[in-house]
Design a protein around this ligand. Structure first.
Ligand code: TGC
Ligand code: FAD
Length: 389
């Protein structure tokens, strides 16, 4: 099946195998048919049919797709990345839904949960029947989750959790929350049904970015959970940071999708928009913008595929993932801004996708480790000096 995109001038996709191309094509089709016709409305109203979308994404096998067993598709990492690329060409919020469900919530359960927890939650999360969220960030501890103040205290055979989490994707619609808390022995993770007494979620309103994605505060007031809800394999901060590495990998590809949609939209516009008696695409300055955007896009895609290959060999390092997010998200923002300029005034409305991608990418630059944090991870790899503190 040929999936090569017309702007893939370097033929980046030449090394994809048939299965990877097929997954990419199915996801692209879904985004074209279901997301693109509706996304502007969802973005403006912030009314997103999250449950419906989760079911549909489950049906095409995209939830927890890179995990094995428990109803998950068990694809390679590159296929997961390509799906993220196509989803984010629709909207970063859609890719966020899939990232948080598969790479954060499901991955945490898959990697660290008991057999009982895995069997209970993973099959229904893979179909989209159950939605998960991942609570690591707190209002006062974003880049530095090691400082978290949410506590879990052992009382008999149970745990009592108190505290709160901030900026949690799908926190208000989730059926299950992965909650990271400080215990006397260090950071531990809990898989908590959101129906548990003491759990509440407050939707964060007035966002100007990622409006087609729900973000919430989670509050835990004397929330009692059995020891069986603890993720026994998660024994330090290393566990949530390992989950983040999974989601960050998807973002490396996702950013390419958002940027590609911006380039595509601005090229289409420039070929029909006329000023000074001809299409604006004939101007040298405009063509240079396209040349820069396409080169930035294609090299970002190359980097994503290169990292995909390394991850498929199970050899990827956190530093490589940081470099991928650092380069590709910044590149996507630059492409979005350049593309917007080509549309002039028309570029600032939701009639075209570019401004929406541009504002979404501001969140993508911040979440899953800010641009600065990834710079410092790379800096540490180069100098041997950790400059976070
Ligand atoms: P540090 O001492 O460096 O590390 C603690 C332990 O964790 C290990 N580790 C990692 N393991 C796997 N992957 C990584 N990326 C890892 N980074 C560190 C490390 O080896 C160590 O293991 P061990 O066994 O020796 O104990 O920890 P630190 O406190 O100094 O922090 C380092 C820093 C700043 C890089 C880390 O805190 C960090 O990444 N901060 C950013 C926080 C962040 O990214 N939050 C994201 C929240 S989730 C989210 O945003 C979802 S957005 C929704 C969507 O995706 O759509
Ligand atoms: P801060 O950590 O306060 O950073 C503010 C600024 O200071 C940034 O520029 C930062 O880079 C800089 N800074 C901080 N420390 C350093 C340093 N050592 N050196 C140099 N500069 C530094 N979190 C979850 O746990 N789960 C989710 O599902 C989730 N979803 C999100 C969805 C959205 C839409 C958004 C916007 C965020 C989400 N987050 C989620 C939170 C996200 O991970 C945090 O916003 C992010 O980690 C940054 O934390 P902060 O916002 O508190 O910024």
């Amino acid at each position: 099946m040929a999936t090569q995109h017309p702007f893939d001038l370097l033929d980046v996709e030449r090394e994809l195998n048939a299965e990877q191309k097929a997954i990419q094509a199915v996801t692209r089709q879904y985004v074209n048919d279901r997301i693109k016709p509706n996304i502007a409305h969802w973005y403006e109203t912030t009314e997103i049919p999250v449950r419906e979308l989760a079911r549909e994404l489950g049906e095409i096998g995209l939830l927890g797709m890179h995990l094995d067993g428990y109803g998950c598709a068990g694809t390679d990492a590159t296929s997961y990345g390509l799906a993220c690329m196509e989803l984010e060409a629709g909207d970063s919020g859609l890719r966020s839904l899939v990232s948080v469900q598969g790479s954060l919530a499901m991955f945490a359960i898959h990697a660290y949960g008991s057999e009982e927890t895995k069997s209970e939650w993973l099959p229904k999360m893979a179909t989209g029947e159950a939605i998960g969220c991942f609570g690591l960030t707190e209002a006062d501890h974003g880049s530095n989750p090691a400082g978290m103040i949410t506590t879990a205290k052992k009382v008999g055979g149970d745990w009592i959790i108190n505290g709160s989490k901030m900026w949690i994707t799908n926190g208000n619609v989730a059926d299950v929350a992965i909650v990271w808390a400080r215990t006397d022995e260090g950071v531990r993770g809990f898989c908590v049904p959101t129906s548990t007494p003491g759990f509440s979620a407050n939707l964060i309103k007035h966002k100007l970015s990622l409006r087609a994605s729900m973000t919430a505060e989670l509050v835990f007031e004397n929330m009692r959970v059995p020891d069986s809800s603890r993720l026994p394999g998660a024994t330090s901060l290393r566990a949530p940071l390992t989950c983040l590495a999974e989601a960050r990998f998807g973002i490396i590809f996702g950013a390419v999708g958002a940027a590609r949609d911006c380039l595509e939209s601005s090229l289409a516009y420039a070929s029909t928009r006329e000023q000074f008696e001809g299409p604006i695409s004939r101007h040298q300055i405009t063509q240079e913008k396209f040349a820069k955007m396409a080169t930035r896009l294609n090299t970002a895609a190359l980097l994503a595929l290169h990292l995909g290959k390394i991850k498929d060999e199970h050899k990827i390092t956190p530093q490589q993932i940081s470099m991928g997010k650092f380069n590709n998200v910044q590149g996507a923002i630059e492409i979005a801004r350049e593309a917007r300029s080509i549309l002039g005034a028309a570029g600032i409305t939701t009639e075209y996708p570019i401004f929406r991608h541009m504002t979404n990418l501001e969140s993508v630059l911040t979440y899953e480790g800010t641009h600065e944090i990834h710079a410092l991870v790379i800096g540490e790899a180069l100098t041997g000096i950790a400059a976070f503190r």
